[in-house]
Write a protein that binds this ligand. Sequence first.
Ligand SMILES: CC(C)(COP(=O)(O)OP(=O)(O)OC[C@H]1O[C@@H](n2cnc3c(N)ncnc32)[C@H](O)[C@@H]1OP(=O)(O)O)[C@@H](O)C(=O)NCCC(=O)NCCS
Length: 436
Amino acid sequence: MAADILSVTDNRTGQAYEIPIEDGAIRATELRRIKIAEDDFGLMSYDPAFLNTASCRSAVTFIDGDRGILRYRGYPIEQLAEESTYLETSYLLLFGELPTSAELNRWTDEITHHTFVHENVKGLMEAFRYDAHPMGMFISAVAALSTFYPEAAQVDDPENRLLQSKRLIAKVPTLAAWTYRHSRGLPYVYPDNELGFAGNFLSMMFRMAEPRYAADPALERALEVLFILHADHEQNCSANATRSIGSSRVDPYSALAGAAAALYGPLHGGANEAVLRMLAEIGDVRHVPAYVERVKAGEVLLMGFGHRIYKNYDPRARIIKETADQVFEVTGRSPLLDVALELEKIALEDEYFVSRKLYPNVDFYSGLIYEALGLPVAMFSVMFAIPRTAGWLAQWLEGVNDPEQKIARPRQLYVGAEERDYVPLKHRAGGELAAV
Ligand SMILES: CC(C)(COP(=O)(O)OP(=O)(O)OC[C@H]1O[C@@H](n2cnc3c(N)ncnc32)[C@H](O)[C@@H]1OP(=O)(O)O)[C@@H](O)C(=O)NCCC(=O)NCCS
């Protein structure tokens, strides 16, 4: 068998190097040995957007984008979506194994009893304008939690890490629901400890004067499935943000607020909102072909299509499509579903999308489900953040426990000005500076 070694010759010097290959990768720091002079810094790899850089070793989530495979801790996403609950899945993500029945009962009980937030959080919510975007409120509220739990700063203490993790998983639905209640001018609803995770969330969202809010079981289960599907997705933009911020050893509330901010962007968790706006803009199946032409002309993106990792069907999209059918049986069919189906049909047959391996991603149908549940589009990325909290925590815990990790600090290729002398204001040439 050939040795796991990469032999390279630096043609600048004629020097040959042997670089060990481990787990299908070379250590980028090995390249530093490749120099043209003793005082040379050494070779770097240039990888904007981390297209080919593994930033960590992880045992949490496995994705094979070419084959459309997603597994949490080895368990296929299809089986978890069929059999599991969000709380069981969050336990699996954090602890690495499925819980026994006693462990699951205890975990469920503990999460349920951490759902309340400090009363001052209400004041925080009230400080926002009536039309504040719920995600801006959510990010702020998650960050604010660190001020209520200053002991969370002790990130080297495993007990403390676990306590804060339970608090985060338990409290994000409360914060999320309250952002919605605020935007509607409705009174905040306290958690109901008799309800399940998804049922309690729906209660905090929609309960009015009734003593107990009873969600339709099919809708509750659909939400649970969406939560399972969104719980983790290995080193995506927001997971990377969690790890990067967490590498400074800051408390997990601050790290997860940063992760939520990353999720807010339209190329990440904001895409489902963008999908619904796109479907509404298209408005009718008859307008689909013209819209596809605009996409192909490069005028607009087909939101909810394409993925950095999946170059085959996103396995979550398939499950979500089935879930959407179950939801529509209860709520009635959204007229935008026909637009979505037609868009998917045309795109899947079109050479532009086929050659670029652009398939529907998780966000293509999730927005339609959220809409059917009665959620405004502005809440969609908040809905993503609730379950992703478990994934962020699993990634954060793995990062802070990894002896190989240090503070995340990439290198750069400096392309700016060479050293130059300061010019006093009166000697500078006029003219407007272009925005940078
Ligand atoms: C997800 C996404 C950011 C991945 O981007 P990426 O891995 O950097 O892929 P690229 O931008 O290199 O795309 C490759 C090609 O497909 C095209 N493409 C990618 N996504 C496209 C989309 N949604 N609509 C139209 N064309 C798209 C690109 O223009 C590019 O074409 P080119 O080779 O002619 O230049 C991108 O597909 C996208 O913006 N999708 C829409 C937003 C979305 O749904 N995000 C949710 C992700 S879960």
